[in-house]
Design a protein around this ligand. Sequence first.
Ligand code: SAH
Length: 248
Amino acid sequence: MSSNTDKPGQAPGTSFVPADSKINHEASIKYWSSLASTNSNMLGMLGTYPWYTRIELQGSKNFLTKVRRLLPGLPASGKFALGADCGAGVGRVTEGFLSHVCDVVDAVEPVRKFTDVLANSQLKTDGVVGDIYTVGLENWYPEKKYDLIWTQWCVGHLTDAQLIDYIVRCRGSLAENGLVVLKENLSTDRLGLDMFDEEDSSVTRTDEKFRQIFEAAGMVVIKSEIQTGFPKQFKLLPVKSYALRPKS
Ligand code: SAH
């Protein structure tokens, strides 16, 4: 007999297990800690094709320019005072993008061997990288006001509830006219469900799920955009950027 809680594609009578309930933080940290802390390995997320990254970072730059034009309180150009690179890894996004648009970028990343790379980087010596927090986003309680909180390719490690709480904390730590941006892979599941990845113990969410989470966190999506320019033959997941502002 099937029950009301059955989902399409699910055996009748079996209970539906949300993808995020399988997340295991320890397993994620173990997975990421097993990778070498070099930039090319961090591109594991994009396969081993370093040239993609230029397209991806340029896409972020263009997206941010468009978002800034939508916000009357923001100067259309010039740098933000303080940004945060959340789930920073070894700082690929900070190096290739955020350091060009922010005076100072704080970093949040739970894997010590990645934050060690940032701590010893030229950007840190130059004062462009500010404070580095070696902690998962679920345990990050921002103590400053940020103009831009950039979170890329890491929220799959948070459960839905943790992600809502994280965005609520980000909302509370925004400077006037500050922005939260998430840039993440999207699920391509035929049935429209979030997908669980055993390898790094993460979920890939649907666009619909992200929007529910943003709503629950009291944020509005002021602009969203699919990353274009990735080569089709490698069949990468769609990547989407969402710019969020507190609901007024
Ligand atoms: N944002 C970077 C790194 C992406 S790789 C980039 O785009 O290049 C995914 C990163 O998420 C890894 O550095 C991994 O250590 C980190 N991560 C794993 N669990 C996390 C958690 N709970 N909170 C924040 N980041 C996490």
